[in-house]
Design a protein around this ligand. Structure first.
Ligand SMILES: *Cc1c(COP(=O)(O)O)cnc(C)c1O
Length: 401
């Protein structure tokens, strides 16, 4: 039995991996079990923004693992405070609650929003509403998939939690119309990732910030995929110079080594959690805190957001310069591109299979969007390799009847 067969035989088949078995990685490169090298243009959905096996992060991980890893939040550790302080400094927000996976950070934001709604805004018990977007992706818990608009995420997993109202993404009038006296929060991705790299219209975030302030509604932004340099800024909301009331971080926060997430928010919102109200056995453990703090330090020292802005501009300009009938649209910001594929030529999945043959790792999101989101340490020559492979794959798709 080979590794693919073994996974299929003993694992749940909730993913459809591309047929390559990876065994090690370094920077933007990964190698399969036969020693073939691939360019990673996906970076584990942004979890590996620092690149694979970053020496400083591996050193922080191994040093901390030998000292102290998990003590639970029943005790203080000499690692957590500095990590939380850095999150507050970076966001200019007042407090942070550490969790592990992105979905847990979103669940934390939902709890905070509802608490704030009842205890501060005086919404009648059990009536709090949160406005979310069509095409959203916030994780896989039953509450979160309950307000997804994607049938594949929801099918047969109900009954779902009430209290969510969906509006089209990027439509300020729709948000305004959806706000009621029972609305406690708006919860959006700043740029939709799984939804297909959907950038809202310019000015939307500023208007949304103003609307939420006027209507006494919390603005909570999920930056789990868009944050930490991906779009060329530390946080995607900085493109419009706003500050949300709360932000969810994850993925790259763990430096590509561990699951680390956090909900960072205004101090008065974070203060709504009293002892016993929320928690996680592993959340904020010393190992996670040490690695995440180093991940933030590396991001600053190597100016990964600045690199993402510069290399992202290069990537997007190279993509825009491709003239192929197979491409309907190229969207993106920073090192984050969505290529909308005309399905009459090929599915995005077929293209990702063809790219794999040319040793480029990329994956579709939804059926028609090919996503490129390499580690932020990528350089021009590696982007050129990817573009050359993509052009060849597109030319083949064009020739197909
Ligand atoms: C990946 C993602 C999540 C969920 O993160 P997990 O670590 O998989 O639970 C939530 N929100 C956004 C925007 C994401 O991209």
């Amino acid at each position: 039995m080979n590794e693919i067969e073994r996974e299929e035989r003993y694992g749940a088949r909730n993913y459809a991996p591309l047929p390559v078995v990876l065994s090690h990685g370094k920077g933007v490169w990964v190698w399969d079990v036969d020693g073939t090298r691939y360019l990673d243009m996906m970076s584990a959905y942004s979890a590996v923004s620092h690149g694979h096996a970053h020496p400083r992060l591996v050193a922080a991980l191994t040093a901390q693992a030998q000292r102290l890893a998990v003590v639970s939040r029943a005790f203080y550790s000499d690692r957590l405070g500095a990590f939380l302080e850095r999150l507050c400094d970076l966001t200019t927000l007042g407090g942070a609650l550490p969790m592990n996976t992105g979905a847990e950070a979103v669940e934390t934001a939902i709890k905070a929003a509802r608490r704030w709604g009842y205890s501060v805004k005086r919404i009648p018990a059990g009536r709090a509403e949160i406005i979310v977007a069509e095409g959203n992706f916030h994780g896989r818990t039953t509450t979160i998939v309950g307000f997804s608009s994607e049938p594949a995420y929801r099918a047969d997993f109900g009954p779902f939690a009430p209290g969510f109202v969906r509006v089209p993404f990027g439509d300020i009038d729709a948000v305004r119309a959806a706000i009621t006296p029972n609305t406690c929060a708006v919860l959006f991705e700043t740029i939709q990732g799984e939804g297909g790299i959907i950038v809202p219209p310019g000015g939307f975030l500023r208007e949304l910030r103003q609307l939420c302030t006027e209507q006494n509604v919390l603005l909570l932004l999920d930056e789990i995929q868009s944050g930490l340099g991906r779009t060329g800024k530390w946080f995607a909301y900085q493109h419009e110079n706003i500050v949300p009331d709360g932000v969810m971080l994850g993925k790259a926060l763990g430096g590509g080594l561990l699951p680390v997430s956090a909900f960072v928010a205004r101090r008065d919102v974070i203060d709504l959690f009293e002892p016993g109200s929320h928690g996680s056995t592993f959340g904020g453990n010393a190992l996670a805190a040490a690695v995440a703090l180093e991940a933030l330090d590396v991001m600053a020292d190597e100016d990964l957001p600045g690199r993402s802005a510069e290399m992202g501009e290069y990537l997007l300009s190279r993509l825009h310069a491709i003239h192929s009938p197979v491409i309907r649209e190229v969207r993106g910001r920073g090192l984050w591109a969505g290529i909308e594929i005309d399905p009459s030529f090929a599915s995005a999945h077929e293209l990702s299979l063809q790219l794999l043959r040319r040793h480029i790792l990329a994956k579709e999101t939804r059926t028609t969007v090919l996503r490129l989101a390499p580690p932020l340490v990528i350089g021009r020559s590696e982007i050129d390799l990817c573009i050359a492979a993509l052009k060849a794959v597109l030319a083949e798709a064009e020739d197909r009847p």
